[in-house]
Design a protein around this ligand. Structure first.
Ligand code: DSN
Length: 428
């Protein structure tokens, strides 16, 4: 029938017969990953166990409610799965409660605001153009429409967060909630300092740890749990689980959060994804997840150093976590073109605003680069140093086909040495 046959441990053989077009999309996406270097900071590669759990019969079930309090019958096995996910997440983070039902990070943030605040309440959060997230109060997002946000940003010189400035903004704006969290900030967050400010102004403290959840779980980043009322995270970034989210925090907020998630915001939980979260949490509880997280940071440092040694401008001159912001203004192009040319040689990144950017979000002055996915694939600091050189070479010589061909050749060699999902063989 189709062009390919997949090996027996994949469920894709049936897709090939049922829907060759979607089958081809999946094969092509696997091959795209195999032939390139995934450096998008918010992406990762899940284990085969997580993949298989997501593609399981658990997708068939309806289970509105919570374990042992459902609105549908037949949930005896789903209850076990969701309880395992909750207990493992509690063990991983040391949180007093966990809700594993949020479908995505944006919903988790919305549900947390709904649980703690009234519509229109004041919130203090990091602005998107300095590294925050759309759900941290941007005008085009529900957050900016429903709540009264004041933004804080980074220092114009150091590009670092300045807790004294955040304190001043908190005193001025008297928020009901202060939000610590980002999607593009390469340094550590001082949750203790945030807590002191929140206490001083009588605000709740919420952390959105979507990017750094894996590092926190592995104790490779300061811990927000002792300080925060509520913490949201996605499960698919450094935490290396399925696409989804969760909310955790202090016991006093458990009922309000649970009600905000269901029936407040969501209907039926995605039971296949919750089970896959349980599998991923079990993986993150193993000692080798700590080694992985350490290596994510080591790799990011090596890549940042290499970019700078090759003349690249790295925002804050380095990184403490898994991500790097590269200021590309010196290459006389915007992020749109940079992302495109890097894509064309097999280096996958995303265009990103840099602090105090003078360009638009659609074509900003930066590229965001992260190491979680390539670290999962097995690459180490030597490869990162080579990749730093290749990124700069690509940006410097975008019109020189000979140079771009040599970059592609180097990337082909790296990819061959570190196969992606090597057990999934595709036979012609
Ligand atoms: N889209 C995610 C990221 O790339 O950081 C945040 O939602």
């Amino acid at each position: 029938m189709g062009q390919y046959i997949l090996m027996k441990d994949s469920f894709l053989a049936d897709v090939e017969h049922a829907d060759p077009q979607i089958y081809n999309v999946m094969i092509n996406e696997l091959n795209r990953g195999r032939k390139g270097l995934e450096l998008i900071a918010s992406e990762n590669y899940v284990s085969k166990a997580v993949l298989q759990t997501m593609g399981s019969v658990l997708t068939n079930k309806y289970s509105e409610g919570y374990p042992h309090k459902r609105y549908y019958g037949g949930n005896e096995y789903i209850d076990i799965s969701e309880t395992l996910a909750i207990n493992r997440a509690k063990e991983l983070f040391g949180a007093e409660f966990v809700n594993v039902q949020p479908h995505a990070g944006s919903q988790a943030n919305m549900e947390s605001y709904f649980a703690l605040l009234e519509l229109g309440d004041p919130i203090l959060a990091m602005s998107l153009d300095h590294g925050g997230h759309l759900t941290h109060g941007h005008g085009v997002n529900f957050s900016g429409k429903f709540y009264n946000f004041t933004s804080y940003g980074v220092d114009p010189e150091t590009k670092l967060l300045d807790m004294d400035v955040i304190r001043k903004k908190a005193i001025e704006s008297q928020p009901k909630l202060i939000l610590a969290g980002f999607s593009a900030y390469p340094r550590e967050l001082d949750f203790k300092a945030y807590k002191e400010i929140a206490d001083e102004v009588g605000a709740y403290l919420m952390a959105d740890i979507a990017h750094i959840a894996g590092l926190i779980a592995a104790k490779e980043h300061p811990d927000p749990v002792p300080y925060c009322d509520v913490i949201t995270t996605t499960t698919h970034k450094t935490l290396r689980g399925p696409r989804g989210a969760m909310i955790m925090g202090k016991e006093e907020h458990e009922t309000a959060i649970n009600r905000a998630v269901f029936p407040g915001m969501q209907g039926g939980p995605m039971d296949h994804v919750i089970a896959a979260k349980a599998v991923a949490f079990q993986e993150a509880l193993q000692p080798d997840f700590k080694d992985y997280s350490k290596q994510v940071k080591r790799n990011a440092k090596a890549l940042a150093e290499s970019l700078m040694e090759n003349g690249g401008k790295v925002v804050t001159n380095g990184t403490d976590n898994h991500l790097i912001l590269l200021d590309i203004s010196q290459y006389n192009m915007g992020g749109k073109k940079a992302e495109h040319v890097l894509d064309s040689v097999g280096i996958f990144t995303n265009k990103n605003m840099i602090p105090f950017d003078t360009r638009s979000p659609f074509d900003p002055s930066g590229i965001r680069i992260g190491t979680p996915a390539l670290t999962t694939r097995g690459l180490g600091t030597n490869e990162m140093r080579e990749i730093g050189e290749l990124i700069v070479k690509t940006l410097l010589f975008i019109d020189d086909d000979t140079t771009l061909d040599s970059v592609k050749y180097s990337i082909h060699n790296i990819c061959s040495n570190y196969p992606l999902y090597p057990d999934y063989t595709i036979l012609r």
